[in-house]
Design a protein around this ligand. Sequence first.
Ligand code: F6P
Length: 320
Amino acid sequence: MAKTIGVLTSGGDAPGMNAAVRAVVRAALSKGMKVYGIRRGYNGLINGDIFEMNALSVSGIISKGGTCLYTARCNEFRYEEGINKGRDTCRKLGIEGIVVIGGDGSFRGAADLSAAGINCIGIPGTIDNDIKCTEYTIGYDTALNTAIEMVDKLNDTTSSHDRCSVVEVMGRNAGYLALNVACATGADAVITPELGYDLDNIINELCDARQRGKNHFVVVVAEGIGNSENIARAIQERTGIESRATVLGHVQRGGAPTCRDRVAATLMGCYAVDLLEQGIGNRVVGMKDNKIYDVDIQEALAMTKSFEQNVFDAVKITAY
Ligand code: F6P
């Protein structure tokens, strides 16, 4: 039965992380627990950059992007020495459990710290939606909507100039963001790391569409493929359609979280505290069939996540 817990955000930030921190703090306080905020991910645990949080510490943050706890990737925590330092900090402050909000890399640290005797619960927070044990990760919906807004804007200027826009969206090695942005913006083609691409096919499809009267095009490329400048250049050289590459970049990581992200973050935060209260650790909170559940961290890391072939097919079917 944990009486004192900590919370940290780790890895790339994602809109909704603040809502998750707020939920963890408020849920813990409602159970009479003491809560510490740990700054800059596992670095704060190693360096002792930790402060006690109260209800007011998380006031007004539910609507804010970024993370009030700051975030970082921490190389030192990949080794035994770093983990032991983290465990010692916890022992010194009486921290019995930690909620770790982040991605797969952060969950590995959480598993190691759990093995060292500090119960950790992972909450999936990343715009990539690439965490295998969950259908949904905090930040994904906001990033999708940000990217959609940008692509819609690009579409305006692309059509005015009879051009082709090759738009690169984030997602690390996964194509979920790219696929859904392509589907929601009516893109002509989408290129993901899961399926790769055949440029000849794409160029043929664009030329066929041009034959049918289409005069502007959008190709969405996942970051895991990259190469958007070269793809744009090749399209221009081989079709004569003036083409531009746009890399959306980190703008996708910012902004006020959507309703979906705030609610998912709040539910997951409360759920994580319930687990710690029961003395449970080494679990990741996830969403399965639209319900919150939890799974062993090692099992979570070994899972596979399916490619959304139906979304890919829908992009093709609905392209002009
Ligand atoms: O995991 C989130 C993410 O934004 C990925 O989409 C991207 O590959 C990566 O982080 C970028 O990381 P950084 O902010 O360290 O450049």
